[in-house]
Design a protein around this ligand. Structure first.
Ligand code: FAD
Length: 455
């Protein structure tokens, strides 16, 4: 029998349930569709770069049998099913609203053709619909969600072994990855080449190295952007180049301690982001706490531009924004600090910050990005309270006390004595670096006053 295996957010061959089950006793057609018709939100530029390389790596593992299509998933799947006498379609289980709706339509089409559609959860440790409070309503607070809802239930599934040898349906594959038009002609992304090795094997190597070193100091080390205690697996996880179940169980093999538990809980935050998007899909474009809807953002385009370019005059903010631009990544602590600064001190709507991250992050993730921004803005579930405003000077002094991270991205500040590094305007030394675009103290008081109106 012939089966069609759809790759979406699971661009790997190891521990990939649709591929594993779909290739058992079947001849296989592997397929990737860049659906630019049924989407609400086009992929950001950095994500397209990552996707291009992830697909190349996957295609190599599939002996160049991966079919590439751009367009409407419904008509593409329908025509392939008819043309190649497909009897079953295998795909990851969709958890985001838009994908759920799309796959309901695809299922109807396939039902009409007497073709089965089989879903396998390939992206999350726990299915969001399986976790509810005792009163059957969804959790809105992380700790009980994770402790009682996730850990208190069934364990995540163990990774599947490798597929047996895959028997590909013999077609002349005349589709090309370049038909997806993922890469711009202007090669702005060349800067990423030396920084990221985008392949499934590379993800496994990174995990292996992380588990044999950095994880043993994760709980404390994860907050310091110049040290290497974070796994930097996020873009691989986002595109499913490594299975989340594999990560969970490999971590679980280590002797449990506070570092191991903390790392697992960060994977739990990812689950929580998808969980929230599943139960409250309106979060995509609306404040989860609607009382914030009347909040009056200043939305100054000049301030937003300065933030995007890393020219706010606040070194830790500017270093973070330059890290993002140069590497396609930003350290988690710094994501929180720059997001708080944009929303609270510059009074710019979190949705604008979210869209800049969406365009620039290699790990730009539909759920984690929105949940992260709403958390910082104080508008989401289990959000940082509105009065928690990260002070960029103190954050820089605490988490980058030697200035290694700040000076890496803003070398012109090397001349400034370390005690003034995060407030260079107090130093007598002239450097080619912007003056602060706001008075921090005033902006904080304004934010607190505005937030107090909606309390
Ligand atoms: P590690 O510390 O090694 O953590 C391991 C994995 O756990 C990560 O790869 C990620 O998959 C998950 N994880 C860790 N922290 C979080 C978190 N707070 N929320 C959700 N998952 C988490 N993460 C994304 O993957 N994509 C995004 O688009 C994204 N946008 C964010 C926006 C804001 C404003 C904030 C505050 C956070 C955002 N995060 C996002 C979460 C977090 O910053 C990144 O997952 C993390 O920095 C990735 O680095 P790492 O792989 O070294 O993480």
């Amino acid at each position: 029998m012939n089966s069609l295996i759809i790759f979406k957010n699971n661009l790997r061959v190891k521990d990939n349930p649709p591929l594993f089950y779909g290739s058992k006793n079947n001849k296989v057609i592997p397929l990737f569709i860049y659906d630019n018709v049924n989407i609400k939100k086009e992929l950001g530029s950095a994500s397209k770069y990552w996707l291009y390389h992830a697909l190349n790596s996957l295609n190599e593992s599939l002996n160049s049998n991966l079919l590439f299509y751009k367009g409407d998933s419904k008509s593409i799947i329908k025509s392939l099913v008819k043309k190649h006498s497909i009897s079953s379609v295998f795909c990851e289980e969709p958890f985001l609203e838009n994908d759920i709706i799309l796959f309901e339509k695809i299922k109807k089409i396939l039902d009409g053709l007497n073709v089965s559609l089989k879903f396998y959860n390939s992206t999350l440790l726990w299915e969001p619909y399986s976790i509810l409070k005792d009163d059957e309503s969804p959790y809105r607070v992380f700790t009980p969600f994770y402790r009682k809802g996730c850990l208190g239930r069934l364990n995540p599934k163990y990774p599947l072994g490798d597929c047996e040898e895959i028997d590909f349906l013999d077609l002349s594959n005349d589709t090309k990855i370049d038909d997806l038009e993922l890469l711009d002609e202007y090669k702005w992304y060349d800067k990423f080449e030396a920084l990221w090795n985008i392949s499934e094997n590379s993800a496994l190597n990174i995990l292996h190295k992380f588990l044999h070193g950095p994880i043993s100091n994760y709980k404390i080390g994860r907050d310091f952007p110049s040290s290497n205690y974070n796994s930097r697996l996020s873009p691989f996880i986002r595109f499913g180049m490594i299975s989340i179940n594999r990560i969970w169980w490999e971590v679980d093999k280590l002797t449990a301690d506070k570092n191991i538990e903390h790392y697992k809980s960060e994977l739990g935050w990812r689950e929580f982001s998808y969980y929230l998007m599943y139960h409250f899909p309106e979060m995509e474009s609306q404040n989860l706490q609607s009382k914030f809807d009347d909040f009056e953002w200043e939305n100054s385009s000049d301030k937003f531009e300065s933030w995007k370019r890393g020219e706010t005059g606040f070194p830790i903010i500017d270093a973070g924004m330059k890290e993002l631009w140069k590497t396609g990544y930003m350290h988690n602590r710094i994501r929180m600090v720059v997001a708080s600064f944009l929303v609270k001190n510059l009074s710019v709507d979190w949705k604008l910050g979210e869209s800049w991250f969406w365009d620039c992050l290699l790990d730009a993730d539909f759920a984690s990005n929105i949940a992260g921004w709403q958390w910082v803005a104080g508008t989401g579930a289990d959000a940082a309270p509105y009065f928690r405003i990260f002070n960029p000077i103190l954050q820089g002094e605490k988490f980058d006390s030697k200035g290694i991270y700040t000076m890496k991205y803003i070398p012109e500040l090397k001349k400034i004595p370390i005690k003034f590094l995060q407030k260079p305007w107090e130093s007598d030394i002239e450097v080619d670096y912007p003056k602060p675009i706001i008075n921090y103290r005033e902006s904080r008081e304004n934010a607190l006053l505005k937030y107090s109106f909606i309390k």
